[in-house]
Design a protein around this ligand. Structure first.
Ligand code: ADP
Ligand code: MG
Length: 298
């Protein structure tokens, strides 16, 4: 696998604020990464550091296996870390032509990129007539002009209406599908779940989890149980190898699972040992609950 970016023990202090705390993770080609954390957790600072616009306090990061200088590497990176800003009285095409000149890219790219972000039909409208979502999409087109290896986005759907949010997410997924690696920062679990294959969860600059999104959310679930003889029920559950923890909530026992176990299996086990259940439901914790557990328990 090709490593696009490697971050090791990265640290950033703004005076007393420890914005990024000993952060390490890798970005492999072709994946979609989310840096997920509440506001103020150090996401934008991390992106700023790897893009050379914020100075790190200590630690290291290296682009493309360190084979080229950061300056050279950043020519292969497309990034939007601020609110998109273009010339208001110029059209989308004119704005992108200007950027092509600055980046030394052929005008031929403009049509292709405007089509990717669904703005080709509006290419001749002045930027000032664009909605916030369209402005954000134009920013994505502009970041794609030089065919970057990786696209970096900071809170790409902030401030957009539901339709605008959906559109941006679809576009990001499309770009990823065509092989561009993506790194986006978001405070929205839902966004990371919908768009990303991999996630780095941070809180107060500290990494809490990194790995595949589907593994973060992997859980064997839990049973809700009730029986007349609660004492025996608890004893039997405690003896069962698949039961991890047992707690009581409003007269219902909650038994979380360490490994896969079906309702039929647990029912038979309890019945065979003389306990008749009056209530049995198998549930999985919501993704939101798992995220809250992850960010609160450490
Ligand atoms: P996020 O993007 O996850 O919301 P930031 O990286 O913007 O988080 O901020 C992380 C922490 O660093 C916050 O406590 C924030 O107030 C602080 N911070 C960010 N930028 C500066 C700065 N330029 N000067 C001082 N403190 C800053
Ligand atoms: Mg931020």
């Amino acid at each position: 696998m090709e490593t696009i970016l490697s971050i090791r023990n990265l640290d950033k202090k703004y005076g007393k604020v420890h914005a990024v705390n000993n952060l390490s993770f890798d970005i492999q080609k072709g994946n979609v990464y989310g840096i997920l954390g509440p506001n103020g957790s150090g996401k934008s600072t991390t992106l700023g550091i790897i893009l050379n616009v914020v100075n790190k306090t200590s630690g290291n990061f290296s682009w493309f296996d360190g084979a080229i200088s950061t300056h050279e590497a950043l020519k292969k990176v497309g990034a939007i870390i601020e609110r998109p800003n273009f010339y208001p009285y110029m059209s989308a095409t004119q704005n992108l032509q200007l950027i092509c000149k600055i980046k030394g890219v052929s005008y031929d790219k403009i049509e292709e990129k405007l089509k990717i972000v669904n703005l080709y039909d509006r290419r001749n409208s002045k930027f000032k007539t664009y909605s916030l979502g369209m402005k954000q999409r134009l920013a994505i087109a502009s970041a794609l002009l030089n065919d970057p290896e990786i696209l970096i986005l900071d809170e790409p759907t902030n401030g957009l209406d539901p339709q605008g949010i959906h559109e941006i997410r679809q576009i990001i997924k499309g770009i990823a599908k065509n092989g561009t690696t993506i790194l986006l920062a978001s405070h929205l679990l839902d966004e990371v779940e919908k768009v990303c294959s991999h996630v780095v969860v941070i809180r107060k600059g500290i990494k809490l989890y990194s790995g595949r999104v589907d593994e973060m959310t992997a859980s064997n679930g839990y049973f809700e149980l009730q029986a007349n003889d609660t004492k025996t029920l608890v004893q039997l559950l405690e003896k069962h190898a698949s039961i991890e923890t047992i707690k009581e909530e409003n007269g219902v026992l909650i038994a979380s699972l360490a490994s896969e176990l079906s309702s039929t299996e647990i029912n038979k086990y309890l019945f065979d040992n003389g306990v008749l259940l009056s209530h049995l439901v198998k549930r999985k914790p919501s993704l939101e609950q798992q995220f809250l557990d992850l960010t609160n328990n450490q």
